[in-house]
Design a protein around this ligand. Structure first.
Ligand SMILES: [Zn+2]
Ligand SMILES: [Zn+2]
Length: 361
């Protein structure tokens, strides 16, 4: 049974075979009158995809299809949808596909923090159906979580904005990143490279931090004003005492981040915010005394409105994130996951050529 009853994707059948994905078919989620069906054209590859198929967070459903940076074309609109979207529109879906939409958090634009959060893949809806992601022919999503894509952003450059991009944009925006602010970005990978671009476009002065100097040239090319190789300079924090307003930690693990040093760099009232989602067993180490006047927190994804705001920032400033493309399919997904596992990507992957792998009717 092809679309609309069944979707086809590139899925992982068990966590010990995370690096041997297969072509799979699976039942589509039941169509709700508020749902929109999207024929997928491009999907970004996010660190969460790898954490999920490697079982770092929770068990996975059978034939797990990940991918939550989806760009595609609207092919069906539910009868009760209120959105302005039309058949044929180019749209995006990020890491969240549902929340209750009525609680206080949802009302104030904090949908990612709602207790009824459903992520794009590997989370059950109320009826028990476990969501499936974007390495697939189609996705079926509540209209609230479908956003239009501005014309001047290419699909492969738009996809990574929908999860990775908004995850770093949201804490920058919410904490006042802008002209006159000193912003530190720690960890220059997929997330960190976007954070440099956005913080600069928002008008801030940017310090890029990485352990070694091998990211220096890229960081400066991306627009960073300063670069610090933290494992190569003794007492690097001494030159930055009480200097930074925000430090955004974009590393994939907090284990090697010496938070005590960053705390010394913070202005009073400054904020250290992590967007890292490490292995579930990882713990923070901090010396409690140093925390005087400094805030530390985690940030979740961004809301649909923040995705729209980020797309506008990128469109208005013609920001080009750095993306490598791979064709979707068993081979391309295997390469994306295994290279991401080694950190071998500059700086995000987007899967393309969906029409070849999933021929259009
Ligand atoms: Zn809610
Ligand atoms: Zn993600």
């Amino acid at each position: 049974m092809p679309y609309p009853e069944e979707f086809t994707g590139i899925g992982v059948t068990s966590i010990d075979k995370w690096d041997s994905p297969e072509r799979v078919t699976y039942e589509a989620k039941k169509f709700d009158p508020h749902d929109i069906d999207i024929q997928i054209d491009v999907c970004g590859v996010c660190g969460s995809d790898l954490h999920t198929v490697q079982g770092h967070w929770r068990a996975i459903r059978e034939s797990m299809v990940v991918g939550h940076e989806i760009i595609g074309t609207v092919v069906k609109i539910g009868s009760e949808c209120n959105s302005d979207l039309k058949i044929g529109d180019r749209v995006g879906v990020g890491a969240q596909v549902l929340s209750c939409l009525s609680c206080e958090l949802c009302q104030e634009g904090n949908e990612p923090y709602c207790a009824e959060f459903v992520s794009c893949y590997n989370r059950p809806y109320k009826d028990g159906y476990v969501s499936q992601g974007g390495y697939a022919s189609h996705v079926r999503v509540h209209e609230h979580f479908v956003v239009p894509i501005p014309e001047n952003i290419e699909s492969e450059l738009a996809a990574p904005l929908l999860c990775g991009g908004v995850t770093v944009y949201s804490p920058l925006k919410r904490n006042g990143c802008g002209p006159g602010k000193n912003i530190g970005i720690v960890g220059i990978g997929g997330l960190g490279h976007m954070a440099i671009l956005f913080a600069k476009a928002m008008g801030a002065e940017v310090w890029a931090f990485s352990r070694k100097s091998n990211k220096r040239n890229d960081s400066l090319k991306l627009g960073a004003d300063h670069y610090i190789a933290t494992s190569e300079v003794n007492d690097w924090e001494q030159s930055l005492i009480h200097k930074l307003d925000i430090v955004l930690v974009c590393a994939s693990s907090l284990e090697h981040i010496d938070l005590d040093k960053y705390i010394k760099c913070m202005k009073i009232g400054g904020k250290i915010i992590s967007v890292c989602v490490p292995h579930r067993d990882e713990k923070l180490t901090l010396s409690g005394f140093g925390l005087m006047g400094v805030h530390i927190s985690n940030s979740s994804l961004g809301s649909p409105q923040e995705i729209r705001d980020l797309l506008k920032l990128v469109s208005d400033n013609d920001i080009k994130i750095w993306v490598e493309t791979l064709p979707v399919g068993v081979k391309g997904v295997t390469e994306a996951l295994t290279r991401l596992d080694k950190g071998d990507v500059r700086y995000r992957f987007s899967l393309i050529d969906y029409d070849k792998e999933f021929p259009r009717e």
